[in-house]
Design a protein around this ligand. Sequence first.
Ligand SMILES: C[S@@+](CC[C@H](N)C(=O)[O-])C[C@H]1O[C@@H](n2cnc3c(N)ncnc32)[C@H](O)[C@@H]1O
Length: 226
Amino acid sequence: MRLLTPQELEASAVVANCAMNRDRKLLGSNSYERELGLHIPSFLRGCSPAVPVSWIDLCCGRGRALIEATAELVQSGDTKPFQIEGIDLAGWINPNPFPNVLILHEQALEDWEPTGPYALVTCVHGLHYVGDKLAAITKAVAKLRPDGLFVANLDLANFRYADGRAAGRSVANRLRDAGLTYDARRRLIRCQGARKVEFGLRYVGADDRVGPNYTGQSAVDSYYAA
Ligand SMILES: C[S@@+](CC[C@H](N)C(=O)[O-])C[C@H]1O[C@@H](n2cnc3c(N)ncnc32)[C@H](O)[C@@H]1O
């Protein structure tokens, strides 16, 4: 099978799909709170006041949840300096009313270089469309504060070995060995505190013809060699 290069994947109709849900709210149904099981403003307000309290959302879509969270933090009068950032490949980003606190910009996850230290790194239904998902996770956990949290939706069914065999079980073990936790029921990956992880798998390419995963949307399989 011919696998897609990063450039081909970026141009793929599955990744650039304009019907994708890019406008999740912060709270309520169809929200970050629902997907991650996390009330983000409360989490950020509860972080120790190291300066600043930073949250980055990878694959942020239009950035609606980030704008709503920033509004809530600004209006709460909390004196902690918050720094919030969202990146997304598509660049279909809503106008940003809080440019002093919030940065929303067009950027591929593959080009993101984590600075940190981050109190929170999230990725809501973004990894399903990323080629090298393990590289993305490696970067996401590299610069967490000691009390920092990484949480993201992840479908292990979207991992394959180069010969086509399912690699989800092996990836689950490797995630666990690296100190991350995977909630199979909610399909959520989490990591508390920074970690330098090596999964011992080499990314070889992606396949965008696999059809829908558990979300009901067409996703991307990621291929690795042991
Ligand atoms: C299903 S949407 C979710 C958007 C947002 N997190 C939400 O829940 O509203 C997935 C997003 O991932 C973005 N995306 C896909 N591949 C990406 C990549 N390699 N780098 C950055 N963003 C990517 C897409 O452009 C899309 O906006």
